[in-house]
Design a protein around this ligand. Structure first.
Ligand code: PLP
Length: 394
């Protein structure tokens, strides 16, 4: 059975063109980009072309502001720990949000646990959006970093980065944003957003797994985490993943070319999906702001169901979706994002994330709706609380 894949926030299919661009670097083009011979120099050129493409993708002023990493998690770690390491004589206060992905959240929690930083989480609204006015009073003189994601991986909400950046700039505080879920789903212009550091991961926008970037604005003071060779101008030791870097750059090119068309298509499919579900499934509702969100993500709550049982039942019927982020799925804990938005535990436990992508079709959505409607119905029939509620209503 071909499954209907509605889990693009976990990972996306690789564009064919990206695969073809990678192929030579997985086969004949074996050169190490640090080697002086021709094979090495061809690899070097491929990497530098990719760097220029990635700079254009995010609107960076200069390709030298792009550092290649093994993905989003490494880029996030590098930003947080790299800034902390040069800021200790200024203070230890770090401002973040309670909705961050584990790649930021766990790093900051661990650093706070080791008393390396004082972590302050800004409040978030019930629709999953931060307000810069709430952040302003938190920015004291000993604040060394602000870290707020661009788009949330679970509910898709988009944060007011340029407003937060303005405040950070006034106080000369470095501003990092995890942009992993924004790429390919909204325009990314690092200068308009005002960020000093920004992370991306290729496999979230049609590129390969295991490749990403950290954008470091020129003049930002930080240190590198991975020492070794002098690759990436000493920012990150280690032989470059040429194929991954080339595939990521090709995916970025396609995502950039198709951005407007993809946004319109995804919005349309998502709205069709949500309208059908809301009209056909009683006691269902959407989580997260309806305006300030990326176009592919729909987080929905179906009261009187259990999300883990729903994911398994839907999978058996050929629909792939998730409860929470892929990195924390399977954990019995309800989503920290939904809890931060004030959802009670039982509603957080009854919520699912559907994330669409460039391969999603109208037909997928139609079939997924039919299967979801039947599955919610069946799950509720096994829940005594639902039965009791139905009896009450009669
Ligand atoms: N940040 C966000 C918001 C994500 O959604 C993810 C992956 O789900 C990551 C970081 C981690 O990226 P990677 O899988 O490339 O390590």
């Amino acid at each position: 059975m071909q499954s209907i894949y509605l889990d693009h926030n976990a990972s996306t299919p690789l564009y064919n063109e990206a695969f073809e661009a990678m192929r030579p670097y997985l086969t004949m083009e074996i050169g190490n980009a640090s080697s002086l011979h021709q094979a090495g120099q061809r690899a070097r050129k491929a990497i530098e072309d990719a760097r220029a493409r990635m700079a254009s993708f995010i609107g960076a002023d200069d390709p030298s502001e792009i550092i290649f990493t093994s993905g989003g998690t490494e880029a996030d770690n590098m930003a947080l720990k790299g800034i902390w390491a040069v800021s200790q004589n200024k203070g230890k206060r770090v401002i973040s949000s309670p909705m961050e992905h584990a790649a930021v959240r766990q790093v900051l929690r661990q650093m706070a646990g080791e008393h390396l930083i004082d972590l302050v989480l800004a409040p978030v609204s019930s629709s999953g959006v931060l307000n810069a006015n709430d952040i302003q009073p938190l920015l004291t003189d000993d604040t060394i970093l602000v870290s707020v994601m661009a788009a949330n991986n679970e509910v898709g909400t988009v944060q007011p980065l340029s407003d937060i950046a303005r405040l950070c700039r006034q106080k000369q505080i470095p501003f990092f944003s995890d942009g992993v879920q924004a790429a390919g789903k909204m325009p990314i212009r690092v200068n308009d957003m005002g960020v000093d550091l920004f992370s991306l991961s290729a496999h979230k926008f049609g590129g390969p797994k295991g490749a990403g970037i950290l954008y470091i604005r020129k003049g930002t003071r930080m240190v590198s985490l991975i020492q070794g060779g002098r690759q990436e101008k000493n920012w990150r030791g280690g032989t470059e993943n040429v194929a991954g870097i080339v595939g990521m750059a090709k995916a970025a090119e396609i995502a950039q070319q198709n951005l407007e068309r993809d946004i319109a298509k995804l919005k349309n499919l998502r709205d069709t999906f949500e309208n059908e579900i809301l009209s056909k499934i009683p006691q269902s509702r959407r989580n997260g702001d309806l305006k300030k969100r990326i176009p592919n993500t729909s987080n929905m709550c179906f009261e009187f169901t259990d999300s883990s049982a729903m994911v398994a039942a839907l999978d058996l019927q050929g629909v792939a979706c998730s409860n929470g982020s892929a990195c924390t799925a399977g954990s019995p804990e309800p989503s920290h994002v939904l809890l931060a938005m004030g959802l009670p535990q039982e509603l957080a436990h009854a919520s699912l994330r559907f994330s669409l992508g460039h391969t999603t079709t109208q037909d997928d959505i139609k079939k997924a709706c039919r299967i979801l409607i039947e599955t919610v119905q069946k799950q509720r029939e096994t829940n005594p609380l639902w039965e009791e509620r139905q009896r009450h209503l009669k």
